[in-house]
Design a protein around this ligand. Structure first.
Ligand SMILES: [Zn+2]
Ligand SMILES: [Zn+2]
Length: 131
């Protein structure tokens, strides 16, 4: 499981690098057309990547968010954040969490519970990473 986790993170970082190098080419083109583009680079430690423009802008990007939610998953039901993914996996099976989840299920139905837990999204991500 841990191995799988590392693979997904490594793949996400490769995607991030590809995405950023494509962005650099685009920025280069825009600069040649005398458009105003960011020239300063910032370093994102989470992505292990230098990016053009502000770090705040980068942090809002889809890929960064993906990596973040993978590395630091959240339980939206219990409003808890986890710095270690294994703790999150464990939490999803904890009595405390299952009780709350049952409550949400009762109130909103299964669809909503899956969404708030973020499970469906993460499942999609792993598929996306493997394709
Ligand atoms: Zn990042
Ligand atoms: Zn929970």
């Amino acid at each position: 499981m841990a191995d799988h986790h590392e693979q997904v993170v490594a793949l996400l970082r490769v995607h991030l690098k590809l995405h950023e190098s494509r962005r650099e080419l685009e920025l280069e083109k825009m600069r040649k057309n005398n458009k105003k583009v960011p020239t300063d680079k910032s370093f994102c430690t989470m992505c292990d990547l230098s990016v053009y423009g502000s770090l705040n802008f980068h942090r809002k990007s889809q890929l960064h968010q993906k990596l973040k939610s993978f590395l630091h998953p959240k339980c939206f039901i219990c409003r808890k954040e986890f710095t270690v993914r294994a703790d999150w996996d464990e939490h999803l099976l904890s009595v405390e969490h299952l009780k709350r989840k049952a409550e949400v299920l009762r109130q909103k139905g299964e669809e909503a519970a899956e969404n708030v837990e973020g499970v469906r999204r993460l499942r999609k991500e792993s598929q996306w990473c493997m394709s």
